[in-house]
Structures are given as C-alpha cells and as structure tokens.
Design a protein around this ligand. Structure first.
Ligand code: HEC
Ligand code: HEC
Length: 202
C-alpha cells in the first residue's frame, strides 16, 4: 500500500491540492471544500488502484467478455481463459476479419445458442488503439479517455457508448455458458457516473 505522502506527491495529484491542504491545516474553520479534500485524500489511500473510483470500472473492462475484443493482437480471443480465436480468424484491415473469412460469416446480429456462436450487430474487433491488454488501471483509464485513441469520444460519449452500444450490452447477454462481468450493467453505469462526477480521475 502506498504511503499517503507518496500519493499526495504522486504525479497524478495536482500540487495545488497539497498546497491547499497545508494551508487550511492551521485554520479553525473547516470549509466544505476542505472536507471534500480530506475525503479525496482518504479515498486515495485505499490500496487497490490509483483512482479508487476507476477500480470497479477496470474490473469490468478487463473481463473476458470485453477484453476478448479489445485485444492488442491481430486476432480476437475466446472464452474465460482467453485462448486465441479458433479457425485462425484474423483481425483484417478494419477489424472485420480477413476478406476470405469475415466475422459476419459466423457471427450474426444475435446469439445462436444451439450452435454456440455469440452475436450482436456490427460484430468486429475494437481497433488496436482501443486495445486494453496488459495495462495497469491507471494506463487503462488514460487510454480510455485519450481522444486520439478512443474514437474522439468525450467522457459523456464514452458513457453513452457503454450505456447503449450493442457490443457492450452483449457482454451482459453473451449466450449460454458464458460468464458475466463482475458488476451488473446498472451497477456499471452507476460506477461510471460516480467516476464522471469526480472529474474522471485516473
Ligand atoms: C465483439 C467485439 C466487442 C466486444 C465484445 C466489446 N467491444 Fe467495445 N468496442 C468494439 C469495437 C469494434 C469498438 C469501436 C467502435 C467504434 O469506435 O465505433 C469498441 C469500442 C468501445 C469503447 C469506446 C472506445 C474506447 O476504447 O474507449 C468502449 C468504452 C468499449 N468498447 C467498451 C466495451 C465494454 C465495456 C465491453 C464489455 C462489456 C465491450 N466494449 C465489449 C468491440 C467490442
Ligand atoms: C468460422 C466462424 C467464425 C468466424 C469467421 C469468426 N468467429 Fe468469433 N467465434 C466463433 C464461434 C463458434 C465462437 C464461440 C466459441 C466458443 O464459445 O467456444 C466465437 C467466439 C468469439 C469470441 C469470444 C466471445 C467470448 O467472450 O468468449 C469473440 C470475441 C469473437 N468470436 C470475435 C470474432 C471476431 C472479431 C471475428 C472476426 C475478426 C470472428 N470472431 C470471426 C466463430 C467465428
């Protein structure tokens, strides 16, 4: 667990916050602002991640239902063990597979449970710039909000994407025999909204 000091001094903390904290230490009146700062500092001392508000979000993004498409490889992955996709399926120019074996040859707009083929509209791999494998929570957060990598999305449009995109929603309706992300979709949206309300900290 990081010491409070190293967190306060860490590169992601605005130094002004540290200065203000020292400044109000001596004053008798505890303003709402000061109390909010103390709350933020307390939250930051929780062990798991740089930004505790992003922790639960990262756990969903890292779940195989999301990560199997958000790869940094030339191919998708399958299953909870995240094995390489069978049939030598490749990413192709635009994430829709090789011309000879496009995703749509097998993946339809809905799951086909009797054949075990998952499906949702516009089924294809996320672009490499949206690949999330191997990142720490902070890096994952930074990649997510980086408009040069995330399809030029604001925080609001990121939330809208995660509220309504069919490929995201498929993660909670993945077809028989597939596990679900650790939060329900409404819990995930609540976590995203709390994170946005705090200024989307990484
Ligand atoms: C079938 C493949 C597939 C699955 C499964 C999938 N995604 Fe994506 N995802 C994509 C594609 C393709 C894009 C790019 C869409 C675009 O830019 O229009 C994308 C883009 C995104 C983006 C916006 C860009 C970014 O990286 O910031 C977010 C956020 C996102 N997905 C979240 C999720 C979450 C959360 C899940 C799991 C619940 C998930 N995705 C599952 C294919 C997938
Ligand atoms: C030849 C048919 C075929 C093609 C082509 C194909 N897939 Fe699949 N895909 C499948 C089948 C069948 C499964 C289910 C395998 C299983 O559950 O064991 C699957 C599973 C997946 C999964 C895993 C879902 C999960 O979370 O476990 C992803 C992701 C995926 N495919 C993405 C793609 C993408 C992206 C393309 C195109 C680049 C593609 N597939 C092309 C047949 C295909």
């Amino acid at each position: 667990m990081r010491s409070i000091l190293s967190i306060i001094k860490g590169p992601f903390m605005p130094s002004s916050l540290f200065a203000k904290r020292s400044a109000y230490r001596g004053t008798a009146r505890t303003s709402l602002r000061a109390r909010l700062h103390v709350l933020v500092l307390l939250l930051l001392t929780l062990p798991a991640t740089a930004s505790p508000l992003f922790g639960p979000i990262a756990e969903v993004l890292r779940h195989p239902r999301c990560m199997n498409c958000h790869t940094v490889t030339d191919f998708p992955r399958q299953g909870d063990e995240r094995r390489r996709h069978a049939q030598l399926v490749m990413r192709g120019e635009d994430g829709h597979g090789a011309p000879t074996l496009p995703c749509a040859a097998c993946h339809q707009d809905t799951n086909i449970d009797h054949a075990g083929v998952p499906g949702a509209p516009h089924w294809h791999l996320a672009p490499l710039s949206m690949g999330w494998e191997g990142l720490t929570d902070t890096q994952l957060c930074q990649t997510l909000i980086d408009r040069s990598r995330n399809g030029d999305r604001s925080i609001d449009s990121l939330l809208e994407h995660m509220r309504s995109d069919p490929l995201v929603l498929w993660g909670w309706n993945p077809g028989a025999g597939r596990t679900l992300p650790p939060l329900t979709h409404p819990q995930f949206m609540d976590a995203l909204q709390a994170w946005r309300a705090a200024g989307a900290p990484c």
